[in-house]
Structure formats: C-alpha cells, structure tokens
Design a protein around this ligand. Sequence first.
Ligand code: DQA
Length: 145
Amino acid sequence: MKILVINGPNLNMLGVREPEIYGAFTLENIQRELEQYAKTLDDSIELEFFQSNFEGEIVDKIQNALNTFDGIIINPAAYTHTSVAIADAIASVNIKTVEVHLSNIYSREEFRHNSYIAPKCIGQVAGFSKDGYKMALFGLYSALK
Ligand code: DQA
C-alpha cells in the first residue's frame, strides 16, 4: 500500500515557526515518527513525503499520484483556506485522501475555519499536533485495506 504524505507552505519551517502554536518539533521528526508508526500497522505500507511552498507543485504531485498511490495524507497549510486548485486536483484523481492540521483550525481565526480541501477528503484530523498524522494514517489504512 503506497501512501503519499504532502505538506504545504511553511511546514518546512516547523521547529522555528510559531512554536507556541505548532510545537518545537520539525517536519523531519513528524516524518520519522510516521515511518515508525506505519511499520507497527502493516509492513507493506510505503510512505513517500513531499513538501512544497508552491500551489502548482502540489497540484502536479497530486495529479502524478494517479495509478501510483493508493492514498494521500495532506496538510495543505494555508492553501487549506484558499485553494480551489488543490481541491479540484484531489477530486480529479479520486484517490482516498485525509486532511491533517497540527492546530485546531476551528479554535483559531475565522478565516481558518473554512477548508476547500476537506469536502474532497474521506476525513479530517485537526488539533492533535503531530499525532494527527498517525491518526490520519490509521484512518486511511482502515479505509483502504
Ligand atoms: C495548519 C493550519 C493552517 O491554518 C496554517 O496556515 C498552517 C498550518 C496546521 O497544521 O495547523 O500553515 O495547516
């Protein structure tokens, strides 16, 4: 089972970026923990990680996932609240996708309460910090197996 894990803009800055909101860990830490967790679920899970600060690159990566990946985990970061293009890309490939947020976007500023991406996903996890990625993988794995 091949799962693509996409992280959007500024998530490469984790560890430095607003640690009081996003924590002191890095994206590398999240990815390493998720690799370890995947092994405990099923040896056949293969994860590929992709981070970009560019909307079009994320759209390209989702399009190229067609016929290659079984599922997608995505933290679209700020594009969550703006990107019809990423939402359309997910709908186009019709690959089961889970949206993740480190923070609880619903307890923050009003503009973070809307997600263009969530309606195209099988589910959303928000507010559980880096554990959210594991929750997303568990949910996606259960939906796919
Ligand atoms: C985020 C929440 C977004 O609103 C924000 O723009 C991010 C990170 C999160 O993981 O909590 O960059 O997606």
